[in-house]
Ligand binder design. Structure first.
Ligand SMILES: [Zn+2]
Length: 325
């Protein structure tokens, strides 16, 4: 089942350097630059919506999923103290792609965190954010607090390669966590996750229909059974302060939302029984104390969306390590 990939040599470097250049430009500069690239002159950041041309251009910035995974492996893992395990191979149009889990283990008794990305193949910012995060950990830009961190960087390589939400068999993998015979990607994940309870699970997603960031938060339940404080409002406040747009609609995806935060309630269970369990529901049912599902707006540049994911993840890490002390 396991196997280390560390001996392989890889060649893809372009993605990282493109991203680096963007991250050095202040936000407004990045927005203006993105608008220029999309041919939108003098528009405010909130005025331009998703465009097919911009989205396809963004997608072209990616190489194959193998390259992304291999790039992570080659450039960052050893330096950042992360080991990888090959869980299996997933068939794609371009042949088999390694399905890997990355692990950064710091010690017993530390907060346990799961970070996962790319379950929907047409949401590139998540895998990109994982890659950027590892880069920053390895070069010392980001110092992780002491946590046990498991990462699934790209859950749906066949969809990623084909730029589809579903996998190669047309399955929405984020609705397959309740079936007896899930697709291979989810079976590999569930085999790993079934007896593990995490303090926090963070999922990186994107939503083509939103013009601002929003998130789902399953709040934790403490020992006395009462809800402890949610983080969602602090997260959207933090992003807004940095100039990122927040989806302020009172209803998002058919659910009540407050300042970009959806807190799914019990009645969602009947919905999931009909449509299949998403990962967050599975995690919650199996003892994960808090889940955050982040949704970034594809109308912003890939770099901004990547940054939003990373900012929120680091905020959550800080909260969790603060809570633990
Ligand atoms: Zn998604």
């Amino acid at each position: 089942m396991g196997g280390h990939l560390t001996s392989k040599k890889y060649l893809i470097h372009n993605l990282i350097s493109v991203q680096d250049n963007f991250l050095k430009i202040p936000l407004q500069g990045r927005l203006n630059q993105a608008q220029k690239q999309e041919g939108v002159a003098e528009a405010s950041p909130r005025q331009y919506g998703p465009r097919a041309s911009a989205i396809s251009k963004m997608m072209k910035e990616f190489s194959s999923p193998q390259d992304i995974i291999q790039n992570i492996q080659e450039r960052y893992l050893e330096k950042s103290g992360v080991t990888s395990t090959l869980l299996g191979e997933i068939a794609t149009d371009n042949g088999p792609c390694p399905f890997i889990r990355l692990k950064r283990k710091s010690g017993i008794g530390l907060p346990k965190i799961l970070l996962s990305a790319g379950i929907h193949g047409d949401e590139p910012a998540g895998p990109h954010a994982v890659m950027s995060l590892l880069q920053k950990i390895s070069d010392g830009t980001i110092i992780l607090p002491k946590v046990n961190l498991d990462i699934f960087p790209l859950i749906n390589p066949s969809g990623f390669l084909r730029r589809t939400r579903t996998n190669q068999q047309g399955k929405d993998l984020n609705r397959c966590f309740s079936t007896g015979h899930p697709p291979k990607e989810i079976r590999l994940m569930m085999d790993y996750l079934k007896n593990r309870e995490y303090d926090l699970s963070v999922e990186f997603h994107e939503d083509i229909d939103t013009k601002g960031f929003y998130l789902y938060e399953h709040q934790p339940v403490d020992m006395a059974g009462s809800r402890t404080r949610a983080w969602g409002a602090e997260i959207t406040t933090l992003l807004r302060k940095q100039g990122f747009p927040i989806n302020e609609s009172p209803v998002i995806e058919g659910m009540p939302a407050v300042d970009g935060v959806i807190s799914p309630r019990r009645k969602r269970r009947s919905f999931f029984r009909r449509h299949g369990w998403p990962q967050a529901f599975y995690m919650h049912k199996h003892g994960t104390k808090r889940t955050l599902t982040l949704e970034t707006p594809p109308c912003l540049s890939l770099e901004d969306r990547t940054k939003m994911h990373i900012e929120v993840f680091l905020f959550a890490l800080k909260k969790l390590s603060g809570d633990a002390t």
